[in-house]
Design a protein around this ligand. Sequence first.
Ligand SMILES: [Zn+2]
Length: 347
Amino acid sequence: MSFFYRFLVLLWRIVALSSGTLFSFEERKLAIFGPGPDRPRMGQNPIQRFLLNIAGDLKPRDLPRVVFANPTYSCMDNRMTKGIRIQPMSLFDTHCHLDVSAFDADREAVLGRARQLGVRDILVPAIQRSGWAFLLDLCRREADLYPALGLHPMALEQHQPEVDLAALEQALAEHRVAGIGEIGLDYFLPELDRERQLALFHAQLQIAREARLPVILHVRKAHDEVLACLRRLRPGGGFVHAFNGSLEQARRYIELGFALGFGGMITYAGSTRLRALARDLPLEHLVLETDAPDMTVAAHRGERNSPEYLPDCLAALAEIKGEPPERIAAITTQNARRVLGLEAPIP
Ligand SMILES: [Zn+2]
C-alpha cells in the first residue's frame, strides 16, 4: 500500500470521525449516524452535506436507503476501508411475491442484496394453484424463505374452487408450509363476485384452522366482513397484509391473534392517514412487509418493488414511531416469528 493511499485513508478516517459519516467506496453506500442509538439523519452538518455531494452515483432519492451503521462502530477498525459494517439487524419481510415472473431475471441477485441489508426472512404468499409448485421449490432451496399456499381473491377467475381446495389440503399433507395465504376479501374491485370470494375465503379459513396454520390476509373495503368470518371460524391468527383499516378494526384483529402489516405506503409523506395509524398502533402487533413486486417505496416510485427496499419501510416506521430502527427491527421481526410459530432465536 503506497504512502499516499495510507495518507488518504487516514484523512478519510479523520473526516468520518468528525462528521459521524462513513462512506463505503466499494459498496457505494453512505452511513450517517448521530450520537447514541439515534436514527441516521441526512446532511446534518457541512461535512456530511459535502460527502453527500461527492458520493458519486448516490442520488438524493437513494438517501433513504442509506444503511444503518452501528452507532458504536469504531472508526479505527480497518474494515472501514473495505466497506462499512452493516448493523446486524434482522428484518422479516412478511409479504413478498418473490416467486412471480417479475423476479425471473435476477431473483438470486435480489435475494443476495436483500440479505446484505439485513432482510433475513421472507414469507412468500401464493396467488393461485398453478404457482404453488414453483413457490414451494423456491422456498425449499432457500432456508430463509417461508412458503404460504392459498388462493388470492384477486385471482378469482383463475381458481377452480373444488379442485384447488382439494389440492390445497393435499399440498398441506405433503409439504411444510408456514401459512395459508394469500387469502381474503377484495370488495374494492367491483368485478370480483362477493359470494364466490366469500365461499373461497371461508373454505380456506377452515383448512387453516384444521391445519393449525396462520393465515395471510388480503383485505380491501371488507374489514368488517373479514372480521366476522374470523370470529366465526377462529383460525389461529396471522397477518393482515397492508393494513389500512381503522384503529377499532385493528384492535379486533389483534384480539384474534393477528399482526398488522405495514410496507411501502408508509414511506410516502402523503400517506397521512396510514402513517397516523402506524403511529397509534402498538408496535408489539406490527410487522413489516414489501408486497414486492407491487406497492413500491417512495424512493423507487414507478419501479419494481423488491425485498431489498424493506429497510426503507423500517426507516419510515422508525421515523413515525420516533424510535431507533434497531428497536423497530427487533420487535417487528419478533412479532413475525411469534405469529408464524418460529419462536426459536435466529442463529
Ligand atoms: Zn400480496
